[in-house]
Design a protein around this ligand. Sequence first.
Ligand code: PLP
Length: 388
Amino acid sequence: MYNFDKIIDRSNTSAIKYEARERIFGSNDVVPLWVADMDFEVAPEIAEAIKERANHKVFGYTLRCSEYFDVTQKWIKNRYNWEVSKDHISFSPGVVSALAMALLAFTKPGDKVIVQSPVYFPFFSTIENNGRRVLNNQLLDKGDTYAMDFDKLDAQIDNQTTMMYLCNPHNPVGRAWRPDELEKLSEIAEKHNIIVVSDEIHADIIFSGHVHTPFASVSEYASQNTITCLAPSKTFNLAGLSTSMVVVENERMLKTYNYMIDSFHIGLTNPFGLEALKAAYTKGEPWLQELLVYLENNRDFVYNFVQEELPGVKAYMPDATFLMWLDFRELGLTRTQMRQLLVHEAKIGFSEVAIFRDGGEGFQRLNFGAPRSIIEKALYQLKDAMKK
Ligand SMILES: Cc1ncc(COP(=O)(O)O)c(C=O)c1O
């Protein structure tokens, strides 16, 4: 019913995915498969809701209305089987700003914050730019998937370690962490009294055979010591509309978090984001179901293409997210040679390896949230370049 094959011209919309190519890759002539937004039109119901709001022609300061809390609560219950109180839903303009606010609210300068690399790079900058220290517990590469290194985590935590940034599902390796893994993590967090900020922005993009488990739902400790970050932005391609939220079930922590929001004066929303979220969470389900089928087909296409047509490159099959983690190490290229191959010969813009830090060297992240023809074009260009 929805046409995910449609090519949308995104030029002249200030879309970072396209406009920043010159800055990032030194050329506008690359197929952009990097930043995590999708090249699809939003669900028509969302476009309609935004147009209707635009027709009103007054765009003043905007509150999150009671319907916002109703529909968000229902979405969380229906999709993740997690019952949260409306009173425990708070705001954030974006998920990364929620990571920063939680950090400022619940840690002090010099504290160590756990991350598990390779991971979404703003995790590092948020910690380091705010005067805290990264404690990296690198994920275990199991050859065809990744796992958390629980023993190393337990051994590494010291009394200066107060917080963990969890990426669930994990960008870039595409793991939807299982309940048993999250329970184990919760036990370690409890043993060391760690507050967990769980970035669950990719929670809705889950492929068959997998489920999303909110970290806060796995134990009483997790419920009372987690700041969960959610948003319709990845799911419905609304990243430009500032529609994120956080769930904090511990009332004392919620108060502290909200105090931080107030101190930055960012508790209001924007009228278009509000309408988009309400339309997404009440009318977006059929579009999302079709999107997930389309993305799963793209995922399988990319995975099979890499295995069959790109000798020396290995793909990790993601359980979740529209991101594929590709291992180029067997080609033995330096970073400069890799850039020459990908950007100048294959003319593809993947997400750069090193930004994911330890465990990212020699890898690239491919965003397959685009019409199939765009993905095919990029992969055939890569195949031809590698042949040469
Ligand atoms: C894991 C993760 N967290 C957060 C973000 C960005 O969130 P926001 O734009 O709401 O700050 C992304 C975007 O790619 C992401 O992959």
